[in-house]
Write a protein that binds this ligand. Sequence first.
Ligand SMILES: *Cc1c(COP(=O)(O)O)cnc(C)c1O
Length: 401
Amino acid sequence: MHQFPDAKAVVRALSPDEPVILTRPHAAARAARFFVDKFPGKAMYAVKANPSPQLVQILWDNGVTHYDVASIGEVRMVRGQLHGATLCFMHPVKTPRAIREAYFDHGVKTYSLDTIEELAKIVEATTDEAGNAATDLSLLVRLRVSSEHSELSLASKFGVDLTEAAPLLQATRQHCDALGICFHVGSQAMTPFAYAQALERVRAAIAEAAVTVDIIDVGGGFPSVYPGLEPPALEDYFALIHRHFESLPISYSAELWAEPGRALCAEYSSIVVRVEKRRDNELYINDGAYGALFDAAHVAWRFPVVALEDDLIKPQAEFAFYGPTCDDADYMKGPFMLPEDIQAGDYIEIGMLGAYGAAMKTDFNGFGATVSAVVTDEPMASLYRGDRVDPRESDNVVSLR
Ligand SMILES: *Cc1c(COP(=O)(O)O)cnc(C)c1O
């Protein structure tokens, strides 16, 4: 893959007609090392946030040994690439065939569940042809917790209610080597308190069920930095999680796990787009809702933007974007701050698209083609900048280059 110093160099060299995905391997490596060094437990990467093989390799090379996979496709992909990785199948609804292949062909021993039916399915699918049940399973019961502190809810779809957790924990205990409890506070959790609250619910579940718990998995939700979404330092999340974990009534050797997706990969990618048409303060660009800007369209996420032309001199103004497809829903309201004199033919870099951005691109309407390039400059914002003086202060800064 071509390497360039930054987005402007990419535009100068290629004058691209298609969107260009820029990747920053150094930023993903830095995020991986941060979690490996500082999270007070095991951090596994939630592959769905960005399944790029290059990214997965960078995370592995920088110490991430565990991967949260949610489909047999993700199991095969990660296993095919990383023979030594530990895979954890953390989707609470799986097919029997997927479980069987994961267990017998790919060595996956860890599964999550939120119903008694799923427990029976896992037990059945991991029993061998001679009728011997598996004795090496780690089973994690997913507890429903509140998403009130997060930008994207994951509260309504999965997770057993606290009131029904005790019998499920007791039944699961009968079929596993290690019993865990997991949850997901929702994506982009804006305060560490979200985890403290969820861990209090875990405490209540353990007390009610009176079972020995070996694993506490606090899930994903660790934030990145976006305009208007500037979270506290990740160290604060880790410290509060650790404190609550330590006070739980669990076995002395219990393990603490997390499943960061967004936080490990948001800084990895940005995208270069071109303005094809301007109508007042609406810019028609060549990527959109069916491309890397899914969240910008569907949940009005504001990604940082910067104009890549040197001859734009007017002050910043608010813009909305239209994507390239013929669908009215291909609209990103922003507001995105760009120079007032931006016009058709100008290029824009849209930052912080490594998580749920580059991974979401489709070919709808024939607009899926994308070029990629590696760049060596810094992402538009970072939670991990090595040069910061006081991490607690500079963590919150969105740099505007
Ligand atoms: C999506 C997901 C994650 C990752 O969430 P982030 O908010 O990206 O950190 C982790 N675990 C599970 C079970 C998920 O569904």
